[in-house]
Design a protein around this ligand. Structure first.
Ligand code: C5P
Length: 217
């Protein structure tokens, strides 16, 4: 596993915007996250470009489908130089087994409950409260031997004994008054067991990118 612990989310519209930003980064200081927007707009060439510049890549497509489809999709992802990729734990044991079988050297991270869901959603969807449903998904993660999970900073304290790699978005060192609600500072998140934190706008929109990277590393 790499020693870098800061993942920068490349939430850009297109290749031009992304590559201008990436030109200012050092591959030794961060991992880069490619999400749905950039992957749908520009496709595989983003992965080849970042890899040619020496960056470790986190491909965050949050796959959730029947086992055969997810296995085949992971097989394709495994052709690229990607460090980590995501699937939904809610896809179940068989789907996760198919992903594990196809992953090659790639680390598979299971998404627990999206931070956009709350108690009302878990009651409606699963007739279960949020914490119980979260714990059910952690059981799935542990039994299925995924490499790690994506969870909010709020759930880190429920995971202190787990050996799963913990990847944590929703990090803010200053109040940006944006759409992130359940936030934590980078220092607290690392202290509470995050192996990686995911940071987007506080770095991509910073006036001093180098200083912001130092602050969140
Ligand atoms: O700009 P910001 O720091 O909010 O970006 C966080 C990144 O982490 C975004 O790419 C977002 O999609 C992702 N993310 C998140 N919350 C989750 C899962 C992923 O904010 N639960």
């Amino acid at each position: 596993m790499s020693s870098k612990r800061l993942i920068i989310a490349l939430d850009f519209k297109n290749f031009d915007e992304m590559s201008k930003f990436v030109a200012r980064l050092d591959p030794n200081s961060c991992v880069l996250k490619v999400g749905l927007q950039l992957f749908i707009s520009e496709g595989n060439k983003v992965l080849d470009f970042l890899s040619s510049k020496g960056f470790d890549i986190f491909l965050d497509l949050k796959l959730h489908d029947i086992p055969n489809t997810v296995g085949k999709a992971i097989e394709e992802i495994a052709q690229f130089n990607v460090l980590m990729t995501t699937i939904h734990l809610q896809g179940g044991m068989e789907m996760i087994a198919a992903a594990n079988q196809a992953k090659g050297r790639i680390k598979i991270l299971g998404v627990t409950l999206l931070t956009s869901l709350d108690e009302g959603d878990t009651q409606m969807l699963y007739s279960n409260n949020f914490d119980n449903q979260f714990n059910n998904l952690i059981n799935v993660a542990e039994k299925s031997e995924v490499d790690g999970i994506v969870c909010s900073s709020k759930e880190l304290n429920l995971l202190s004994s787990s050996n799963l790699i913990k990847v944590v978005p929703g990090i803010r060192n200053q109040d940006l008054s944006d759409d992130q609600k359940r936030v934590m500072s980078s220092k607290e998140a690392y202290k509470n067991g995050a192996n990686y934190i995911v940071v987007g706008r506080p770095i991509t929109q910073s006036k001093n990118i180098d200083e912001a990277i130092r602050e969140y590393s």
